[in-house]
Design a binder for this molecule. Structure first.
Ligand SMILES: [Zn+2]
Ligand SMILES: [Zn+2]
Length: 246
């Protein structure tokens, strides 16, 4: 991993910069689809709620809160990390393929479980729901910018789960960065509001979460708490697959 960029990649600010820039990169094309291309059959045919349209005021509102959260909370945290956290010493070699995949799976399973518990608790505890998680549920119709339409506490606590969990296990930095990017992809896919033909559940991966299940969570908030999969939801009776009958 050392090719002259280690000063930047090893910086304590790198994970946050990676997360934010990758998020903006992925959210932008879906905003363009929502606002300008929603009538194209290639998109319209896969819309989960075909009669619900995403409007510019909705997108603008979500953008403003996201940018506000990043400036007011994430930026100071990043600067503090930059000052207090030591520079990451990068290994010379990339991880082996087997090691990379099984560490990726472990990180995904643990994050998925932690987030499931966090999410469930922030619905069942009325105070936490009212003061924290209800911000995210102001949107009944999902769109990509809703992904990080969050109370600052939710953004920070889930962000910590994503960045610190793999570090606890001392996984390879490349594995950690890929895990963070995969989490960004999955969280945006959960909110895009489209059930595209390449969605994993269409390939018989029945334990996958995805857009259709998370859309259901925004319609029926006491169901589908898991971000990546649906195994814990099935086990604890909070799974809902209503959309599958559509
Ligand atoms: Zn959501
Ligand atoms: Zn929720």
């Amino acid at each position: 991993m050392k090719q002259g960029y280690e000063v930047y990649i090893g910086s304590p600010m790198f994970p946050i910069v990676l997360n934010v820039s990758f998020y903006l990169l992925l959210v932008t094309p879906f905003s363009i689809i929502d606002l300008f291309l929603y009538d194209w059959p290639i998109f319209k045919n896969y819309k989960i709620l075909p009669d619900e349209y995403v409007t510019w005021p909705q997108v603008k509102n979500a953008m403003v809160l996201t940018l506000w959260n990043h400036l007011l909370y994430l930026l100071p945290i990043s600067l503090a990390q930059w000052v207090w956290q030591p520079h990451l010493e990068l290994p010379t070699l990339a991880p082996g393929l087997f090691e990379f995949f099984w560490h990726q799976i472990v990180a995904l399973l643990i994050f998925d479980l932690f987030y499931f518990v966090w999410h469930w608790y922030h619905h069942y505890n009325r105070w936490l729901y009212r003061h924290v998680h209800s911000v995210h549920h102001q949107y009944y119709v999902c769109s990509s910018w809703v992904t990080q339409y969050l109370h600052p506490w939710e953004l920070i606590s889930v962000g910590f789960m994503t960045t610190l969990l793999p570090l606890l296990f001392n996984f390879h930095p490349f594995t950690n960065f890929c895990f963070m990017m995969f989490n960004v992809i999955v969280s945006i896919e959960d909110h895009i509001g489209y059930d595209f033909p390449w969605a994993p559940h269409r390939f018989g991966i029945g334990f996958w979460g995805g857009a259709i299940k998370h859309d259901m969570h925004h319609q029926k908030p006491l169901t589908n708490f898991q971000p990546h999969f649906n195994t814990w939801d099935r086990l604890f009776g909070t799974y809902s697959n209503h959309f599958e009958i559509i």
